[in-house]
Design a protein. Sequence first.
Length: 206
Amino acid sequence: MVLNGEINTRIVAMCRALGIPAIGLSGVDGGLIKASKRPPVQVSGNTVDYGFVGDILGLDTSILVKQLDNDLVPIVSPLSADDNGTLLNINADTVAAMIACELKAEKFLMATGAPGILDSLDDPRSLISYVDRAGLRRLRDEGKISGGMLPKVAAIERALAGGVPRVHVISYQQPDSLLLEVFTNEGTGTLVVNDTKNLRPEEQTS
């Protein structure tokens, strides 16, 4: 109810105020996201039940393509349902990354509260301008990526492995962060690619 009825509707309303022809959808609509309920797991001898959390089995993005072909902007809430009609909640970063892969997107942009990926968790000035998948693994191994950033990094890796050439992590708190990240060499957040050796020299700027 919160994701689809409140948050999704608010975003669509904001788009309307900006003159954007948005349409609200969920993964349930048109069978966009096929999912199953995540099974319980054993952790240290205890059973952990994830409740109504779903794991994606597949996507049918034809419904999104139809909206885009009609000049509409789909706003997707990360819900799905199993074959019995039970509603399931899915990690939003995972949904976004998989949609980007299925649509063969040129870029996958992730807006967070942080300025981007940081070398030091407590220092926003330690922003990493660009990094590749090997660098992400190193940061994770060194404990510099933890908590809420772990599923985001997993989504970034999924997008890159799925054929999306570039992932941008930007701050939703900084004005014009999207435009500055995409249309300037310096950017404002973190650019993540498969291999930084393939970046142009002018892009390799802190």
